[in-house]
Design a protein around this ligand. Structure first.
Ligand SMILES: [Zn+2]
Length: 128
């Protein structure tokens, strides 16, 4: 029970739309690894717009997310492939928080860009 509640809190802390945390582990020297899964059981075919819930393959990989209490956080995500019954072709689902073929979340990328911009402003200001 306690374990389940812990995971629910992690899901809330993570605050990614339609994503829940399944398990968590800490690797010394690496950081926190959260196993996540989409709560949706379907995806929309990008070709024809048909909703498909026919799972074709699981594609699990790890992406880096925003740190938690200064510890690096990695998300184990599953970009599932569904098979469209209309097109008869598999397609991989769109995950809102991470672009395809990226190894980091969109919000981590945004934070880094923000930091770079702020540093630039500071260095510009100090050069005046
Ligand atoms: Zn289709």
């Amino acid at each position: 029970m306690i374990k389940k509640r812990g995971i629910k809190i992690l899901t809330e802390i993570l605050d990614l739309k339609d994503i829940k945390v399944l398990s968590q582990r800490i690797h010394d020297g690496i950081g926190i690894i959260l196993q996540t899964e989409s709560i949706k059981s379907y995806s929309i075919c990008p070709n024809c717009g048909t909703k498909s819930d026919k799972l074709h393959q699981n594609h699990r990989h790890i992406v880096k997310d925003l740190p938690l209490a200064e510890k690096p956080v990695f998300l184990e995500i599953n970009r599932r492939q569904f098979k469209c019954h209309k097109c008869r072709k598999p397609f991989s689902e769109d995950l809102e928080f991470v672009s395809k073929k990226r190894t980091y979340t969109k919000r981590l990328a945004q934070k880094i860009i923000q930091e770079v911009l702020e540093n630039d402003i500071h260095s510009v200001a100090s050069n005046v």
